[in-house]
Design a protein around this ligand. Structure first.
Ligand SMILES: Cc1cc2nc3c(=O)[nH]c(=O)nc-3n(C[C@H](O)[C@H](O)[C@H](O)COP(=O)(O)OP(=O)(O)OC[C@H]3O[C@@H](n4cnc5c(N)ncnc54)[C@H](O)[C@@H]3O)c2cc1C
Length: 583
């Protein structure tokens, strides 16, 4: 087999990996801080990840600027976020998020972002889950996309170089665990590229593609989590994956809280209503709809909606593996009032919500877990490695207030951009270890050589992984289900490493993606198996109760030698960390 060689070398102060809101903010700030920077994005720029493509009826970014209610303040934002996930998140990071979010809104406005405004010129702010006061700011229905566009415009002005279709797949470190570079695979040319850099910002988003249905683009294969894990960065809260109902054909439109306020009718393939039948005597259907927000939760009566959808499609699936949904007769006015944007988006996909039945399944939307950052600059335990956005862990626990994820991308994108630029300047003329770079290349060459006679098909296993995760680690979890998917993942990992898969230059990208998917999925399944209770978006059929006595705290997954370990992790107390940071 032809040997894979590095055909290009790019030297830069800071490499930003990703193409969403966090990456764009990090790249812009690093550039403004004087660093020589490079952004590598796996797909087409402005066309991948959640920031570029997310749609929901209430898509918005949280910042306690007090325009919706002047009593709102960063202190309240801090407490709301802590209350949603106390014991599972880092108080110092949360305080930083609450304190900085208004500043990042201000500079988005300065860049020209036209947030929706009230008649008095103040910004419109909406209520979101876990918020005491209205706090989320919007832009014309597709807030995230507008944020990305305005940052991209400024990046263009500053001529920030962007390597499109470049999948970063391996981070390189020296013997002192400092970043010395990264390897990338150029999807356009099938070349291997060596980035020589002292500083990397990982902002690769989440891992929706681990499931059969995800709201996001197919490149979300958990690369950021897997690359960080390989270097020894702990992954925290990985069992908490936000999953909920969405239109699955044509794919995929998220059905958020307001949609359920119209009380649509759910039926199975046989045309029977099933939600009503699944409710215990004391629970009313109205209560289910009243509480229903997007992600699945065990915390209120909305539990029965997602739970009964999964039970039903496991018994008798619609053609694409879901159930059927239609609006109640005469509900046109309330549909127009509650979900006008969703109605329009569905119309553009050929569905008239007032008349048509459509297929609904359960889809992955957002990872609450992530690779642990240990300071408000987004540093990690690896020198020169910074993480921001959905890839970062420590700010989202079992629950997260609506709007916080976009705010995280802006706050920690900014901070990591600045810190990485400073770090790179401080490193000066460090000589980069050629040996470690060659070793990184040899490992991939050796793996391909070993796979020369492999016969297993990468693509088939990617599809099987997605099916396994959807069958066994969606919202209904149990020891039996989790053991089945765990067995599959461990087997696949061994077979991959032993060279049993057919890997060539042509499918190298997919083969590496499969490795990343296996690692990330293992971290989710291991944590879910370990957590023997039900809490928020993690439901164990065999342990249906919340158990604060034993489980009020994070699980942390780490690489130990060649195996994956999971332990219980105590976050610093509020007094030790956040107390010191507050004014
Ligand atoms: C439907 C939907 C609705 C949502 N609603 C809200 C909301 O109202 N409020 C809120 O705060 N949050 C919301 N979220 C969550 C929020 O949108 C995301 O958490 C956030 O946009 C993530 O931003 P990011 O920059 O971290 O990653 P993303 O925007 O997902 O970008 C990740 C990027 O990394 C790139 N990438 C991945 N791997 C590699 C690699 N190996 N090499 C190079 N590049 C790579 C991808 O191509 C992509 O460009 C929603 C999400 C969805 C899907």
């Amino acid at each position: 087999m032809e040997q894979l060689q590095i055909t290009r070398k790019i030297v830069t102060d800071v490499l930003v990996v990703g193409g969403g809101g966090a990456a764009a903010r990090a790249a812009l700030t690093a550039s403004q801080s004087g660093a020589d920077i490079r952004l590598a994005v796996k797909s087409a720029w402005l066309n991948s990840g959640s920031t570029a493509t997310a749609f929901s009826e209430l898509l918005a970014i949280a910042a306690a600027i007090g325009h919706g209610d002047e009593r709102d303040h960063p202190e309240i934002h801090y407490h709301d976020t802590m209350d949603a996930a106390r014991g599972f998140i880092d108080p110092e990071l949360v305080w930083t998020l609450a304190e900085d979010a208004p500043k990042r809104i201000e500079d988005l406005i300065e860049l020209g972002l036209n947030f929706d405004k009230q008649a008095n010129g103040k910004l419109v702010q909406g209520m979101s889950d876990f918020a005491t006061y209205p706090r989320t700011c919007r832009v014309n229905g597709v807030t995230a996309r507008h944020i990305l566009n305005i940052l991209a415009k400024e990046m263009k002005v500053r001529k920030v170089p962007i390597d499109e279709h470049m999948m970063i797949f391996r981070l390189l470190t020296d013997d002192s665990r400092n970043i010395i570079g990264a390897l990338g695979y150029d999807g356009n040319t099938q070349e291997l590229v060596h980035y020589e850099t002292p500083s990397v910002i990982l902002a690769c988003g989440g891992a929706h593609y681990l499931y059969e249905y995800g709201v996001g683009t197919p490149d979300m294969t958990g690369d950021g989590y897997a690359m960080a894990y390989e270097l020894g960065v702990p992954l925290v809260n990985m069992e908490f994956v936000q999953i909920g109902p969405a239109l699955i054909h044509p794919p995929v439109t998220l059905l958020s809280g307001p949609v359920w306020k119209t009380h649509p009718i759910l039926t199975n393939e046989a045309g029977e209503r099933f939600l009503e039948q699944s409710l215990p005597n004391e629970t009313r259907l109205e209560e289910v709809y009243e509480h229903k927000a997007f992600p699945f939760t065990v915390s209120n009566a909305s539990f029965y909606l997602d739970y009964s959808i999964q039970k039903e499609f496991e018994k008798n699936p619609s053609p694409r593996g879901g159930v059927w949904c239609e609006m109640a007769p005469g509900s046109e006015p309330i549909v127009e009032e509650k979900m006008p944007k969703t109605k329009r988006v569905m119309k553009s996909k050929g569905i008239d919500v007032d008349r048509d039945k459509f297929e609904v399944g359960l889809v992955a939307q957002c990872m609450n877990g992530g690779a642990q950052i240990i300071s408000k600059e987004g540093e990690t335990c690896i020198g020169g490695l910074f993480i921001a956005g959905e890839t970062a862990g420590g700010l989202r626990g079992p629950d997260r207030p609506g709007g916080n994820s976009l705010a995280e991308g802006q706050v920690f994108g900014y901070r990591t951009g600045k810190a990485a630029a400073q770090y790179a300047a401080g490193v000066g003329n460090r000589s980069f270890s050629i040996d470690r770079t060659v070793q990184g290349l040899q490992e991939i060459q050796g793996w391909m050589e070993k796979s020369r006679n492999g016969i297993k098909e990468v693509e088939a296993s990617i599809q099987e992984l997605k099916q396994q995760m959807s069958r066994n680690c969606l919202i209904i979890r149990s020891e039996e289900r989790l053991a089945e998917v765990w067995g599959f993942l461990v087997r696949t990992e061994q077979e991959l490493l032993q060279g049993q898969y057919a890997v060539s230059k042509d499918n190298l990208k997919r083969a590496i993606e499969l490795r990343h998917m296996v690692t990330t999925a293992k971290s989710i399944v291991l944590s879910a198996r370990e957590r023997k209770e039900s809490r928020s978006c993690h439901y164990r059929e065999d342990f249906p109760k919340k158990d604060d006595t034993h489980w009020k705290g994070s699980l942390r997954v780490m690489k130990a030698d060649e195996s994956m370990n999971c332990d219980f992790y105590q976050w610093p107390t509020e007094r030790q960390k956040a107390g010191a940071a507050k004014p």
